[in-house]
Design a protein. Structure first.
Length: 137
């Protein structure tokens, strides 16, 4: 069974919060998935909704070094191609999108099944690494 967890990009402070940090702060994914809620123990009316925290879902997979792979991560394969982890509406699942060709390109292939991330290395994400391709969001 897939492990369900999220990390969050803070669009105001421009920092990433790990799943563990969110849990320690008692942040819970909102029902609509557009942010997080800090639920008050005294009353749900005192709970705070944080739309500035962008949820990034764990794919359930780790890269070749054991690093957890999340939505919006950037990965490098053995041929120095750089792939971004995206969500495919068509396949209702994660996929890898080629964003920079390296030493060897496989013809017209610009998408890969997410299971290939286990042979790659997570090198960053589009939010914390603006110097990497597609890291300008």
């Amino acid at each position: 069974m897939k492990e369900h967890k999220y990390r969050a990009w803070d669009t105001v402070k421009k920092i990433m919060y790990s799943a563990e940090e969110l849990g320690a702060d008692q942040e819970t994914l909102s029902v609509d998935g557009r942010g997080f809620v800090n639920v008050s123990g005294d009353s749900t009316r005192l709970s705070e909704f944080h739309t500035h925290l962008l949820p990034l879902e764990y794919t359930g997979l780790k890269d070749k070094n054991g690093v957890e792979a999340y939505y919006a991560d950037l990965c490098r394969d053995g041929f120095h191609n750089i792939w971004r982890i995206d969500w495919s509406i068509e396949y209702a699942g994660f996929e890898l999108t080629l964003i920079e060709a390296g030493d060897k390109v496989f013809g017209e292939i610009d998408k890969l099944n997410i299971c290939r991330v286990t042979d790659m290395e997570v090198i960053g994400n589009i939010y914390e690494n603006p110097e990497l391709p597609e890291g300008k969001k």
